[in-house]
Design a protein. Structure first.
Length: 320
């Protein structure tokens, strides 16, 4: 049975801003105590803890592969990874060994995704699924096969870098965090967009859905790991103009609105003195979910915005 993290996040604001700040104050006190040498750690030692946060974003997750390659090539590697949905596909792959070679391999995986199209888009079939009362448009078999072909390890606990994957418990609406468990099942669950892909039984007696439904940019989970630096790879969907809306995107408006509000609240929790590199994919005019033919373009765009973010940032890349 998969080992489930005890840390769970309520749907809306379980951790208040005041509570978090008190916790951070205690953490800063402990850091000062460690620096003083009271804990046996030399006073001039301040271990780095760089946490990568990978958002969900359906096919826009391809852009994260380009982002990751640029970051790893520049020597920016994670000490821990926190990810949901498509970000968990990328995060778990990288966590198996954060090297340049693996980052480049991840880009090839996404090209395979584009060729194999893991989610079918037949309008007739989707309507038939609704009429027949099925729980999802797609049975998930193609996506599961694709994931199984590319997972770098059997169990999440085998990651070289600690990797936290979030899923949404369908019975409570809460996020469940996993640091171990069968990786194929976990990735199928965290990418199970409600209504599009079926929920997954992870062996705990409940069904699990897309981790991005509740916390699409899981900043609070990352902050709980006491990072000294945080890299946020943000490919979350923006709101599509009304003239470009589809039936599926209209169904997702409510979900995205709730996720966007929670994300706004979580950004308020981020301490102003924490060094954050926010690499954001611009999707102002259009936010495709399942247009897999856009993968090559998204890979290039992700690399480009990562380069731009690093150029604008200070202290992230050595100039020597």
């Amino acid at each position: 049975m998969a080992c489930r993290s005890a840390y769970r996040i309520a749907t809306i604001g379980l951790m208040s801003l005041g509570y978090y700040r008190r916790g951070m104050a205690r953490f800063r006190f402990l850091k000062s105590w460690r620096r003083s040498g009271a804990s046996g750690v030399p006073a001039d030692t301040d271990p780095s803890n760089t946490v990568f946060v990978l958002s969900g974003g359906s096919v826009r997750g391809a852009a994260q592969a380009g982002m990751l390659r640029v970051l790893i090539e520049r020597g920016i590697v994670p000490d821990a990874v926190v990810a949901v949905s498509a970000g968990a596909l990328n995060g778990s792959f990288l966590a198996a060994g954060p090297t340049v070679e693996r980052a480049r391999r991840l880009e090839e995986v996404w090209r395979d995704v584009a060729d194999r199209r893991p989610i079918r888009g037949s309008v007739v079939r989707n309507v038939a699924a609704i009429v027949r009362g099925r729980p999802s448009f797609d049975n998930g078999d193609r996506l599961r096969a694709l994931i199984a072909d590319h997972v770098p390890m059997e169990d999440l606990s085998q990651a070289a870098v600690p990797c936290h994957v979030g899923t949404t418990d369908a019975s409570t609406g809460q996020v469940t965090w996993w640091t171990s468990g069968p990786l194929v099942d976990l990735l199928c669950a965290t990418t199970a967009v409600p209504g599009v892909l079926p929920a997954v039984d992870l062996g705990d007696g409940t069904l699990h859905l897309d981790g991005g439904v509740v916390s699409n940019i899981p900043l609070r989970r990352a902050l709980s790991l006491a990072p000294t630096r945080m890299v946020v790879l943000d490919v979350a969907a923006k709101f599509t103009p009304a003239t470009k809306q589809t039936a599926l995107s209209l169904m997702m408006v409510g979900v995205r609105a709730a996720a966007a509000e929670l994300t706004r609240q979580q950004w308020l929790d981020v301490p102003t003195d924490l060094d954050v590199l926010h690499v954001e994919l611009p999707t102002v005019d259009d936010a495709p979910d399942f247009e897999f033919e856009l993968v090559p373009e998204l890979l290039d765009q992700g690399a480009r915005v990562a380069e731009e973010a690093l150029t604008a940032a200070t202290g992230w890349v050595s100039t020597s």
